[in-house]
Design a protein around this ligand. Sequence first.
Ligand code: GTP
Length: 610
Amino acid sequence: YSIDKIRNFSIIAHVDHGKSTLADRLLELTGVIKADKANKQILDKLQVEKERGITVKAQTASLFYEYKGKKHLLNLIDTPGHVDFHYEVKRSLAACQGAILLVDANEGVQAQTLANFYLAFELDLPIIPVINKIDLKVAKPEVVVQQLNTLFDITPDQIIKISAKLGTGVDEVLKAIVERIPCPQVTSGSDKATQVPFKGLLFDSHYDRFRGVVASVAVKEGQISAGDKILSLQTKKKYDVQEVGVMSPDGVPISRLYEGQVGYIIANMKKAKDALIGDTLCLAEHPVDPLPGFKPAQAMVFAGLFPADQSEFSSLQDAITKLTLNDSSVEVNSDHSAALGQGFRLGFLGLLHMDVFEQRLRQEFHINAIVTAPNVPYKVKVKGAKNIKFYGGEVVTVLNPCHLPPLSIIEEIQEPLVLGTIIVPDCYLGDLVSLSMKYRGVQVEQSYIDDTRIMFKVVFPLNEIIVTFFDELKSVTSGYGSFDYEDYGYKTGNLVKLDIYVHNVIIEELTSLVHVTKVEDRGRELCLKLKEHLSRQQFEYTIRAAINQRFIAKETVKAYRKDVTARVKSGHDMARKKLLLDRQKEGKARLRLAGKVPVKKDVLMKVLRK
Ligand code: GTP
């Protein structure tokens, strides 16, 4: 294929707007797969993706399409649809020269439609607007046309209306890809490609059990073939290329990947961490300037992961190793807890990322793990030259609240913020405003995107929204609200450390950092939940919540009662009864001093469950 017959494109859409269905239709129409029910959603390879119907890991496929009698090579670069994976979307888009913006004819523009549009827009990519699901009875394509115009200045004549399910209009989409998306830009002219050193964008990777890392690469300059020695500009590691090829939709080896093409490279990369998304690859003997905009994926949600049974520790370790082979964005640290034993502290891109990971552990490795309450990374400024030296810097990143430096040396605590985009029908305006306030949101923008729907931009502390916000938004808006967020830096927060004491002992697994305005509610809630699940002892004990050793909530668990006087016959022997009761009282007092209240795993699990 000469370079002018190549198109590299992506489909971007809000979750469930039909991206995978459209991809399947495109693959069918171009004969890559047979029209067959069993072939549904070829690109969604992971079991979780199939089950949840969401795309987690991007995949690519090469389509062969005849346009005006000429064969074209269309490379479809699939992008994950969810908020947690923005960075991957951006890298995938950087490998393209255009994008299809797919919008559901009933739901209209949603929060991730907006976010994805802007990612493509920032990269200056031509966008083909496509309205999908026009076969639905409730479809309102005209409303969507208006939204696209208001938000993105897209005119009606640019828009293609299709039903990916039935195949209506899909050939229009194929034509538009060839007509509206430019061929890859070539800096050297394809005939000279042999003289220009190779430069490639690594935009995705997956791990193959037999062959190691398979890296998806967009060749930006020059060419690459098996036998070449390549260098990663980020890791500085060198590799021998064993195979290059295209995905169609499975790997097909070819002799050479040229400038403008998208394909895969198998070199001797052993771990996913070797293949950093966004990295620049070049020939080992011809180093080049890196492509712009590389930033490593940043874990923003951390949680402890412990085996439900300590004997399963090594299987858990093994499973984590295998899962992270394919997902370099998971950060792995070891962890230990008095109650939960040996385990891990893992960092994820977001909550969905964490859920998917946990689900895969269960489904693919049959491991039942305890996941502790998630938290975000805090930045803690310490004071005093000695302390700064001890912590190796003025700012300490704290991944686990129970490892917070002593309060006396803390100058301030900063928490990560996000800028959220929320789209809701305007009848939910009031509910949305109170919901945002509840989650400490600060509204920065509000505008209508059509006659009835409003878009809000709200800055939230990430920690507030990671657990229940999305579910609550769905419930107060009867399912109509959509949400997306992006990083918004760090800000000093009025946060305090909340400790939970059971019978005077701090339960480290429950320590958290909470905003002052919420700490009392949170403390009470945790005490009550613990009381519900902890068993009674022979003595009375307390469950208390404290900020810096000042108690703010308290629950008492009464002793269980044993009637020590039951054996004293009839009511006569009062003196004996009194003696027995006194002895019991003394015994309890002794136990109370010496006794311990075990906070077992299952209790923690119930209290920590989201
Ligand atoms: P993510 O992978 O999570 O981003 O979802 P997706 O955008 O790939 O959506 P998917 O293709 O899985 O489609 C979501 C749902 O919409 C599925 O139940 C599809 O069957 C349905 N769907 C897709 N296209 C159409 C269409 O044209 N008409 C109708 N009626 N349903 C459609």
